[in-house]
Design a protein around this ligand. Sequence first.
Ligand code: ADP
Ligand code: F6P
Length: 324
Amino acid sequence: MAKAVKTIGVLTSGGDAPGMNAAIRAVVRTAIHEGLKVKGIMRGYAGLLQEEIVDMGSTSVSDIIHRGGTILYTARCMEFMTPEGQEQGAEICRKHGIDGIVVIGGDGSFRGAGKLAALGINTIGVPGTIDLDVACSDYTIGFDTAVNTAMVAIDKVRDTSTSHERCSIIEVMGRKAGYIALWCGFANGAEDILLPERYDGDEQMLINRIIDNRKRGKKHNIIINAEGIGHSASMARRIEAATGIETRATILGHMQRGGTPTCKDRVYASIMGSKAALLLAAGKSNRVVAYRHGEYMDLDIQEALSMKKDIPEDQYEIEKMLVR
Ligand code: ADP
Ligand code: F6P
Protein backbone atom coordinates (compact mmCIF):
# COMPACT_ATOMS: atom_id res chain seq x y z
CA MET A 1 0.00 0.00 0.00
CA ALA A 2 1.69 3.26 -1.15
CA LYS A 3 2.08 5.90 1.55
CA ALA A 4 0.94 9.42 0.57
CA VAL A 5 3.85 11.83 0.77
CA LYS A 6 3.33 15.57 1.21
CA THR A 7 6.76 16.92 2.11
CA ILE A 8 10.08 15.54 0.94
CA GLY A 9 13.66 16.25 1.93
CA VAL A 10 16.76 16.07 -0.22
CA LEU A 11 20.34 15.58 0.93
CA THR A 12 23.79 14.90 -0.52
CA SER A 13 26.08 12.49 1.34
CA GLY A 14 29.63 11.12 1.09
CA GLY A 15 32.10 12.68 -1.36
CA ASP A 16 30.65 15.47 -3.50
CA ALA A 17 30.46 15.04 -7.27
CA PRO A 18 29.93 17.48 -10.16
CA GLY A 19 26.31 17.21 -11.24
CA MET A 20 24.89 16.86 -7.74
CA ASN A 21 23.47 20.38 -8.07
CA ALA A 22 21.66 19.41 -11.26
CA ALA A 23 20.14 16.46 -9.38
CA ILE A 24 19.06 18.67 -6.45
CA ARG A 25 17.48 21.14 -8.87
CA ALA A 26 15.58 18.34 -10.59
CA VAL A 27 14.34 16.87 -7.30
CA VAL A 28 13.09 20.26 -6.08
CA ARG A 29 11.39 21.33 -9.29
CA THR A 30 9.83 17.94 -9.99
CA ALA A 31 8.49 17.68 -6.45
CA ILE A 32 6.97 21.16 -6.67
CA HIS A 33 5.44 20.23 -10.02
CA GLU A 34 3.86 17.22 -8.29
CA GLY A 35 2.40 19.45 -5.56
CA LEU A 36 4.88 18.45 -2.83
CA LYS A 37 6.74 20.68 -0.39
CA VAL A 38 10.54 20.35 -0.37
CA LYS A 39 13.09 20.78 2.39
CA GLY A 40 16.84 20.82 1.91
CA ILE A 41 18.80 18.87 4.50
CA MET A 42 22.26 20.37 4.82
CA ARG A 43 25.49 18.35 5.26
CA GLY A 44 24.07 14.88 4.67
CA TYR A 45 23.07 12.72 7.60
CA ALA A 46 25.16 14.90 9.92
CA GLY A 47 22.96 17.89 9.08
CA LEU A 48 19.83 15.77 9.55
CA LEU A 49 20.92 14.90 13.09
CA GLN A 50 21.71 18.57 13.74
CA GLU A 51 18.31 19.59 12.28
CA GLU A 52 19.94 21.77 9.63
CA ILE A 53 16.80 21.80 7.52
CA VAL A 54 15.71 24.63 5.20
CA ASP A 55 12.63 25.21 3.06
CA MET A 56 13.32 25.04 -0.67
CA GLY A 57 11.39 26.63 -3.50
CA SER A 58 11.84 26.71 -7.23
CA THR A 59 14.17 29.71 -7.06
CA SER A 60 16.38 28.16 -4.35
CA VAL A 61 17.81 26.01 -7.14
CA SER A 62 18.19 28.77 -9.73
CA ASP A 63 21.63 29.31 -11.23
CA ILE A 64 23.19 26.09 -9.91
CA ILE A 65 22.98 23.59 -12.78
CA HIS A 66 26.43 24.60 -14.08
CA ARG A 67 28.18 24.57 -10.71
CA GLY A 68 30.39 21.85 -9.24
CA GLY A 69 30.06 20.79 -5.59
CA THR A 70 26.71 20.68 -3.85
CA ILE A 71 24.72 23.67 -2.59
CA LEU A 72 23.48 21.45 0.26
CA TYR A 73 27.07 20.69 1.34
CA THR A 74 27.96 17.11 2.23
CA ALA A 75 29.50 15.13 5.05
CA ARG A 76 30.32 11.72 6.34
CA CYS A 77 28.54 10.93 9.60
CA MET A 78 29.61 8.10 11.90
CA GLU A 79 26.72 8.70 14.30
CA PHE A 80 24.22 7.78 11.59
CA MET A 81 25.81 4.33 11.31
CA THR A 82 24.39 3.45 14.74
CA PRO A 83 20.76 2.31 15.32
CA GLU A 84 20.34 5.20 17.81
CA GLY A 85 21.51 7.74 15.19
CA GLN A 86 19.15 6.28 12.58
CA GLU A 87 16.18 6.31 14.99
CA GLN A 88 16.99 9.92 15.88
CA GLY A 89 17.18 10.78 12.16
CA ALA A 90 13.75 9.25 11.52
CA GLU A 91 12.32 11.07 14.54
CA ILE A 92 13.69 14.41 13.27
CA CYS A 93 12.11 13.74 9.87
CA ARG A 94 8.75 13.17 11.56
CA LYS A 95 9.19 16.32 13.67
CA HIS A 96 9.76 18.39 10.50
CA GLY A 97 6.92 16.71 8.61
CA ILE A 98 9.35 15.08 6.16
CA ASP A 99 7.81 11.84 4.98
CA GLY A 100 10.15 11.11 2.09
CA ILE A 101 13.86 11.74 1.36
CA VAL A 102 16.00 11.67 -1.76
CA VAL A 103 19.55 10.66 -0.83
CA ILE A 104 22.19 11.55 -3.43
CA GLY A 105 25.40 9.62 -2.75
CA GLY A 106 27.10 6.26 -3.06
CA ASP A 107 26.57 2.78 -1.60
CA GLY A 108 27.32 3.93 1.95
CA SER A 109 24.68 6.63 1.71
CA PHE A 110 22.19 4.08 0.33
CA ARG A 111 22.80 1.85 3.37
CA GLY A 112 21.73 4.80 5.51
CA ALA A 113 18.72 5.39 3.24
CA GLY A 114 17.69 1.75 3.64
CA LYS A 115 17.77 2.17 7.42
CA LEU A 116 15.53 5.26 7.24
CA ALA A 117 13.11 3.38 4.96
CA ALA A 118 12.89 0.56 7.52
CA LEU A 119 11.97 3.20 10.12
CA GLY A 120 9.04 4.43 8.03
CA ILE A 121 10.57 7.35 6.12
CA ASN A 122 10.16 6.82 2.37
CA THR A 123 13.61 6.95 0.77
CA ILE A 124 14.97 6.98 -2.77
CA GLY A 125 18.70 6.84 -3.58
CA VAL A 126 20.36 8.55 -6.54
CA PRO A 127 23.91 7.39 -7.40
CA GLY A 128 26.32 10.30 -6.99
CA THR A 129 30.04 9.57 -6.82
CA ILE A 130 33.00 10.21 -9.10
CA ASP A 131 34.20 6.64 -8.44
CA LEU A 132 31.53 4.86 -10.57
CA ASP A 133 31.55 2.15 -7.91
CA VAL A 134 27.79 1.79 -7.42
CA ALA A 135 27.20 -1.77 -8.58
CA CYS A 136 23.58 -1.40 -9.67
CA SER A 137 24.25 1.47 -12.09
CA ASP A 138 26.41 1.83 -15.21
CA TYR A 139 26.45 5.58 -14.58
CA THR A 140 27.03 7.64 -11.42
CA ILE A 141 26.77 11.41 -11.18
CA GLY A 142 30.18 13.08 -11.44
CA PHE A 143 32.21 10.30 -13.06
CA ASP A 144 32.06 11.87 -16.50
CA THR A 145 33.27 15.26 -15.28
CA ALA A 146 35.97 13.69 -13.10
CA VAL A 147 37.46 11.59 -15.91
CA ASN A 148 37.42 14.59 -18.23
CA THR A 149 39.19 16.71 -15.60
CA ALA A 150 41.76 13.97 -14.99
CA MET A 151 42.26 13.46 -18.74
CA VAL A 152 43.07 17.14 -19.32
CA ALA A 153 45.45 17.21 -16.34
CA ILE A 154 47.24 14.04 -17.49
CA ASP A 155 47.70 15.52 -21.00
CA LYS A 156 49.55 18.42 -19.37
CA VAL A 157 51.79 16.14 -17.31
CA ARG A 158 52.50 14.20 -20.48
CA ASP A 159 53.82 17.34 -22.25
CA THR A 160 56.46 17.98 -19.61
CA SER A 161 57.17 14.28 -19.23
CA THR A 162 57.99 14.09 -22.95
CA SER A 163 60.18 17.21 -22.89
CA HIS A 164 62.24 15.81 -20.03
CA GLU A 165 62.09 12.23 -21.31
CA ARG A 166 60.81 11.11 -17.94
CA CYS A 167 58.60 8.45 -16.53
CA SER A 168 55.49 9.82 -14.77
CA ILE A 169 53.30 8.06 -12.29
CA ILE A 170 49.97 9.83 -12.09
CA GLU A 171 47.62 8.86 -9.29
CA VAL A 172 43.90 9.23 -9.87
CA MET A 173 41.02 8.94 -7.39
CA GLY A 174 38.48 6.14 -7.16
CA ARG A 175 38.80 4.82 -3.64
CA LYS A 176 39.01 1.00 -4.09
CA ALA A 177 37.75 1.13 -7.68
CA GLY A 178 39.84 1.50 -10.85
CA TYR A 179 37.27 2.99 -13.24
CA ILE A 180 38.81 6.46 -13.42
CA ALA A 181 42.24 4.87 -13.98
CA LEU A 182 40.89 2.58 -16.71
CA TRP A 183 39.17 5.41 -18.57
CA CYS A 184 42.22 7.68 -18.33
CA GLY A 185 44.35 4.79 -19.53
CA PHE A 186 42.30 4.76 -22.71
CA ALA A 187 41.81 8.50 -23.08
CA ASN A 188 45.42 9.48 -22.37
CA GLY A 189 47.06 6.56 -24.14
CA ALA A 190 48.98 5.69 -21.00
CA GLU A 191 51.83 3.22 -21.17
CA ASP A 192 50.49 1.35 -18.15
CA ILE A 193 47.50 1.35 -15.81
CA LEU A 194 47.50 -0.04 -12.32
CA LEU A 195 44.02 -0.98 -11.13
CA PRO A 196 43.24 -2.26 -7.62
CA GLU A 197 41.02 -4.94 -9.20
CA ARG A 198 43.88 -6.31 -11.33
CA TYR A 199 47.34 -5.21 -10.14
CA ASP A 200 49.30 -8.11 -8.66
CA GLY A 201 52.10 -5.93 -7.25
CA ASP A 202 54.66 -7.20 -9.74
CA GLU A 203 56.78 -4.05 -9.95
CA GLN A 204 59.54 -5.87 -11.85
CA MET A 205 57.15 -6.37 -14.80
CA LEU A 206 56.42 -2.65 -14.72
CA ILE A 207 60.11 -1.82 -14.68
CA ASN A 208 60.84 -4.24 -17.54
CA ARG A 209 58.16 -2.58 -19.65
CA ILE A 210 59.55 0.90 -18.94
CA ILE A 211 63.04 -0.23 -20.00
CA ASP A 212 61.62 -1.91 -23.10
CA ASN A 213 59.58 1.18 -24.00
CA ARG A 214 62.68 3.36 -23.75
CA LYS A 215 64.62 0.96 -26.01
CA ARG A 216 61.77 1.22 -28.54
CA GLY A 217 62.19 5.00 -28.54
CA LYS A 218 59.33 6.12 -26.29
CA LYS A 219 60.14 9.54 -24.88
CA HIS A 220 57.82 9.44 -21.92
CA ASN A 221 56.24 6.66 -19.91
CA ILE A 222 52.90 7.51 -18.37
CA ILE A 223 51.69 5.15 -15.67
CA ILE A 224 48.21 5.79 -14.31
CA ASN A 225 48.05 4.49 -10.78
CA ALA A 226 44.70 4.16 -9.02
CA GLU A 227 44.32 5.59 -5.53
CA GLY A 228 43.35 2.10 -4.30
CA ILE A 229 46.96 1.02 -4.95
CA GLY A 230 48.53 4.33 -3.90
CA HIS A 231 52.19 4.71 -2.86
CA SER A 232 52.97 6.63 -6.06
CA ALA A 233 55.89 8.59 -4.58
CA SER A 234 57.77 5.53 -3.28
CA MET A 235 56.98 3.65 -6.49
CA ALA A 236 58.54 6.52 -8.47
CA ARG A 237 61.70 6.37 -6.37
CA ARG A 238 62.06 2.62 -6.88
CA ILE A 239 61.42 2.88 -10.62
CA GLU A 240 64.01 5.64 -11.01
CA ALA A 241 66.57 3.59 -9.07
CA ALA A 242 65.89 0.44 -11.12
CA THR A 243 65.69 2.03 -14.59
CA GLY A 244 67.96 5.07 -14.33
CA ILE A 245 65.12 7.07 -15.91
CA GLU A 246 64.06 10.20 -14.03
CA THR A 247 60.62 9.48 -12.56
CA ARG A 248 58.11 11.85 -10.99
CA ALA A 249 54.87 11.16 -9.14
CA THR A 250 51.82 13.42 -9.47
CA ILE A 251 48.75 12.91 -7.32
CA LEU A 252 45.79 14.63 -8.98
CA GLY A 253 43.73 14.56 -5.79
CA HIS A 254 40.61 16.59 -5.11
CA MET A 255 40.81 18.67 -8.29
CA GLN A 256 39.08 15.64 -9.86
CA ARG A 257 36.00 16.19 -7.71
CA GLY A 258 35.38 19.83 -8.55
CA GLY A 259 34.60 21.97 -11.55
CA THR A 260 31.84 22.61 -14.02
CA PRO A 261 29.84 19.44 -14.67
CA THR A 262 29.90 18.08 -18.21
CA CYS A 263 26.76 18.04 -20.35
CA LYS A 264 26.36 14.31 -19.65
CA ASP A 265 26.52 14.78 -15.89
CA ARG A 266 23.99 17.62 -16.01
CA VAL A 267 21.54 15.69 -18.18
CA TYR A 268 21.77 12.29 -16.45
CA ALA A 269 21.68 13.91 -12.99
CA SER A 270 18.59 15.91 -13.97
CA ILE A 271 16.77 12.82 -15.22
CA MET A 272 17.73 10.74 -12.18
CA GLY A 273 16.81 13.48 -9.72
CA SER A 274 13.47 13.96 -11.40
CA LYS A 275 12.74 10.21 -11.42
CA ALA A 276 13.58 10.02 -7.70
CA ALA A 277 11.08 12.77 -6.87
CA LEU A 278 8.44 11.10 -9.06
CA LEU A 279 8.96 7.80 -7.21
CA LEU A 280 8.40 9.56 -3.87
CA ALA A 281 5.32 11.32 -5.28
CA ALA A 282 4.00 7.88 -6.28
CA GLY A 283 4.43 6.67 -2.67
CA LYS A 284 7.45 4.45 -3.44
CA SER A 285 10.20 3.82 -0.90
CA ASN A 286 13.45 1.90 -0.45
CA ARG A 287 14.41 2.25 -4.14
CA VAL A 288 17.57 3.34 -5.97
CA VAL A 289 17.36 5.07 -9.35
CA ALA A 290 19.87 3.43 -11.70
CA TYR A 291 21.01 3.56 -15.30
CA ARG A 292 21.53 0.03 -16.63
CA HIS A 293 21.99 -1.29 -20.14
CA GLY A 294 20.96 2.05 -21.65
CA GLU A 295 17.82 2.55 -19.58
CA TYR A 296 16.81 4.37 -16.43
CA MET A 297 15.17 2.11 -13.87
CA ASP A 298 14.74 1.70 -10.15
CA LEU A 299 15.67 -1.18 -7.89
CA ASP A 300 15.10 -2.22 -4.30
CA ILE A 301 17.90 -0.73 -2.14
CA GLN A 302 18.94 -4.05 -0.57
CA GLU A 303 18.95 -5.74 -3.97
CA ALA A 304 21.04 -2.85 -5.34
CA LEU A 305 23.50 -3.12 -2.45
CA SER A 306 23.89 -6.88 -2.88
CA MET A 307 24.98 -6.47 -6.51
CA LYS A 308 28.64 -6.64 -7.51
CA LYS A 309 30.46 -5.07 -10.41
CA ASP A 310 33.98 -5.37 -11.71
CA ILE A 311 36.16 -3.77 -14.34
CA PRO A 312 34.98 -5.32 -17.64
CA GLU A 313 37.73 -7.80 -18.56
CA ASP A 314 37.41 -7.16 -22.31
CA GLN A 315 37.91 -3.40 -21.79
CA TYR A 316 40.94 -4.04 -19.61
CA GLU A 317 42.46 -6.35 -22.22
CA ILE A 318 41.79 -3.87 -25.06
CA GLU A 319 43.36 -1.02 -23.08
CA LYS A 320 46.52 -3.06 -22.51
CA MET A 321 46.64 -4.08 -26.18
CA LEU A 322 46.46 -0.47 -27.40
CA VAL A 323 49.51 0.76 -25.47
CA ARG A 324 51.96 -1.82 -26.72
P1 ADP B 1 29.30 6.95 -0.22
O1 ADP B 1 27.87 7.24 0.01
O2 ADP B 1 29.91 7.80 -1.28
O3 ADP B 1 29.56 5.46 -0.41
P2 ADP B 1 30.34 6.76 2.47
O4 ADP B 1 30.59 5.30 2.40
O5 ADP B 1 31.38 7.63 3.10
O6 ADP B 1 30.10 7.42 1.07
O7 ADP B 1 28.95 6.95 3.23
C1 ADP B 1 28.41 8.22 3.44
C2 ADP B 1 27.64 8.24 4.72
O8 ADP B 1 26.54 7.34 4.65
C3 ADP B 1 28.41 7.80 5.95
O9 ADP B 1 29.23 8.81 6.50
C4 ADP B 1 27.28 7.47 6.90
O10 ADP B 1 26.71 8.63 7.45
C5 ADP B 1 26.26 6.84 5.95
N1 ADP B 1 26.41 5.38 5.99
C6 ADP B 1 27.37 4.63 5.42
N2 ADP B 1 27.21 3.32 5.73
C7 ADP B 1 26.12 3.24 6.51
C8 ADP B 1 25.44 2.17 7.17
N3 ADP B 1 25.87 0.91 7.08
N4 ADP B 1 24.36 2.48 7.91
C9 ADP B 1 23.92 3.74 8.02
N5 ADP B 1 24.52 4.79 7.42
C10 ADP B 1 25.61 4.56 6.70
O1 F6P C 1 34.34 8.77 -3.12
C1 F6P C 1 34.88 9.89 -3.73
C2 F6P C 1 36.31 10.10 -3.31
O2 F6P C 1 36.81 11.24 -3.95
C3 F6P C 1 37.24 8.91 -3.54
O3 F6P C 1 37.68 8.83 -4.88
C4 F6P C 1 38.32 9.18 -2.55
O4 F6P C 1 38.91 7.97 -2.11
C5 F6P C 1 37.60 9.84 -1.40
O5 F6P C 1 36.36 10.32 -1.91
C6 F6P C 1 38.37 10.97 -0.80
O6 F6P C 1 37.66 11.43 0.31
P1 F6P C 1 38.04 12.75 1.11
O7 F6P C 1 37.43 13.90 0.39
O8 F6P C 1 37.44 12.53 2.44
O9 F6P C 1 39.53 12.89 1.12
